[in-house]
Design a protein around this ligand. Structure first.
Ligand code: SAM
Length: 173
């Protein structure tokens, strides 16, 4: 089973925070890696990699300028390509079919999405047919795909949180 995320159209400086959060959500909610496209941003890649280094997991972070070629490569390797957009089939109707696929490439856009992304995907999926956010759409999609099991994933990092009702505690592993 392999789940990769492709974040399209990253723009400096305005998407720095949102794209970082796309990376963090992808990692924390069970994806294997994220590929950023759009403007090349070394700082973005490094900030997600710093989290992986400290908090663990085998999450990979990459940049690819030519996203069309990248999607074709994933398709040739047998990945099912899901494009998250408010114009898609609503998640409850689509998720059964998608859970049957073990290798996924999940595409999320930004403010402007290239028109031909529609031609590249196997299915467009909406997390509700209303406009909202790529971070939220990604989180809900991953949670539904993994059926909540991703929340219990072990990361084995340099540090770990000791869960508390109040206050905070971090231990070094
Ligand atoms: N005007 C853009 C469009 O036509 O898709 C919306 C941009 S929205 C700020 C950024 C990204 O969030 C979209 O490209 C899409 O990936 C995701 N998104 C927003 N609403 C969504 C929804 N209801 N379902 C799934 N994805 C959504």
């Amino acid at each position: 089973m392999s789940v990769w995320i492709l974040r399209l159209g990253h723009r400096l400086p305005r998407d720095e925070r949102v794209s970082t959060h796309c990376g963090l959500v992808s990692r924390a909610l069970g994806a294997d890696g994220i590929i950023f496209s759009g403007q090349r941003d070394k700082g973005l890649i490094e900030s997600v990699e710093r989290i992986v280094d400290k908090w663990g997991g085998n999450f990979k972070v990459k940049y690819e300028k030519n996203w069309g070629k990248l999607v074709k490569n994933f398709k040739n390797k047998g990945y099912f390509v899901v494009y998250l957009t408010m114009y898609g089939i609503n998640l409850p109707e689509a998720i059964g079919e998608i859970r049957g696929k073990s290798n996924l490439l999940v595409i999320i856009g930004s403010q402007k999405v290239p028109g031909d992304v529609y031609d590249f995907c196997d299915i467009q999926v909406a997390v509700g047919n209303q406009p909202h956010s790529e971070i939220a759409a990604l989180a809900v999609f991953l949670d539904r795909y993994f059926q909540g099991n991703e929340i219990n994933k072990k990361f084995g990092g340099k540090v770990r949180i000791v869960p508390k009702r109040k206050g905070k505690e971090i231990k070094t592993n």
